[in-house]
Design a binder for this molecule. Structure first.
Ligand SMILES: NC(=O)c1ccc[n+]([C@@H]2O[C@H](COP(=O)([O-])OP(=O)(O)OC[C@H]3O[C@@H](n4cnc5c(N)ncnc54)[C@H](O)[C@@H]3O)[C@@H](O)[C@H]2O)c1
Length: 334
């Protein structure tokens, strides 16, 4: 019989992955409270389909008094902490918001979850905390080797969680997903940048020679893995989430152009991201033992994602003016 899950407080639930978890969770009958600051990356449009079934607070996890009041009012049994500043390029331009949210915000949640005796705390980290590796797959007990400002703040957040587990027997689980893709992803990450730019006949930027390798995990698979870990994971443990599907970025870009029937001449090789990690890849044997496996084949998931973007022009429309300025700043000609 399914164990009843009562109140779950989801931070970052208006973000790309958090909102997918919320949409799936509502279908499963979970009672969900979303706390989200609604930064440029957050958007309640992602929650439209479940709006009547959730409680939503537009609040910054760094505003301790406000978060305290939410914990006091809602008394969640479980916290799932997705909220973060998430984009590597932005962290290279300015690491401060990353330190604030990913480190200080995480400690606030640890303190409040302890004060209000939360039974389970799921901390969403990232595969990037391992750093890069040319070969093999990172296992959960491999050392942290974060190499960019984003992943370093995520590693710092994890270390604070580990410290709470060790010092206070804090009932936390750490999750490290691979690169996610799918509908509703903000067009600053590789796949939606290419889809949106190519769709508008704008040159598509590829860092360096496009040789970097990424492991691709569909957001729906990622959310279902978080749910499996929520139900069956062991407090104090760490779980990787991956698909074992990896490929060079240039191949991913060409797959997108081919589906959109756009010429490869749209590709523009731009100055590489400073300190660009070459490859991430995770071992998922531990998660597979819980009975979870990624279901969505990359070529099918990618096709459906491209179709989703072409069918949701209005979601992108008001973001495009802002994005054009951002793209100019971040993709410099070689
Ligand atoms: N997207 C990926 O490929 C990926 C891979 C591995 C791990 N992760 C991790 O998964 C989590 C979710 O990633 P995502 O891609 O959905 O991110 P996202 O950028 O789409 O969403 C982040 C959400 O957090 C909210 N937020 C940011 N700062 C906040 C604050 N101070 N207080 C409250 N809310 C705040 C934003 O408004 C947004 O809704 C993050 O912790 C990220 O590090 C992401």
């Amino acid at each position: 019989m399914r164990k009843r899950i009562r109140k779950i407080l989801v931070t970052g639930g208006a973000g790309f992955i958090g909102s997918e978890f919320v949409r799936q969770g509502v279908k499963k009958g979970y009672s969900i409270i979303v706390v989200d600051k609604l930064t440029y990356a957050g958007d309640t449009a992602r929650l439209k389909s479940v709006w009547g079934n959730i409680t939503f607070y537009k609040t910054d996890i760094c505003e301790r008094k406000k978060i305290h009041a939410i914990f006091k009012k809602e008394l969640p049994e479980t916290v799932i902490h997705f909220a973060a500043e998430t984009h590597v390029d932005r962290s290279i331009q300015n690491a401060q918001p990353f330190i604030k949210t990913n480190v200080e915000g995480t400690q606030n949640l640890i303190d409040l979850a302890r004060e209000f005796k939360v039974k389970k705390f799921i901390h969403i980290s990232t595969d990037e905390i391992y750093g890069e590796s040319r070969t093999g797959y990172f296992k959960e007990n491999d050392p942290l080797g974060a190499k960019n400002p984003y992943s370093s703040t995520k590693a710092a957040g994890e270390l604070l969680i580990k410290a709470a587990i060790h010092t206070f027997q804090f009932p936390a689980i750490i999750i490290r997903p691979a690169n996610n893709y799918g509908p509703w992803q903000y067009p600053e990450k590789l796949i939606p940048v290419i889809v949106v730019k190519a769709g508008n006949n704008i040159k598509v930027p590829v860092y360096g020679k496009g040789e970097q390798v990424r492991e691709w995990l569909h957001v729906s698979d990622c959310a279902s893995a978080v749910d499996a870990i929520l139900r069956k994971g062991k407090a104090g443990d760490i779980y990787n989430i991956g698909s074992y599907y990896e490929q060079e970025n240039i191949k991913t870009v060409k797959m997108i152009l081919d589906q959109l029937k756009k010429p490869h001449t749209l590709i523009e090789f731009v100055k590489d991201r400073p300190g660009h990690d070459f490859r991430y890849s995770v071992d998922c044997a531990k998660l597979h033992k819980l009975g979870w496996k990624a279901k969505i084949d990359f070529s099918i998931g990618l096709k459906e994602t491209i179709v989703w973007y072409t069918e949701h022009p209005s979601w992108l429309k008001h973001k495009l003016a802002f994005l054009k300025k951002y793209w100019q700043k971040v993709y410099a000609k070689k």
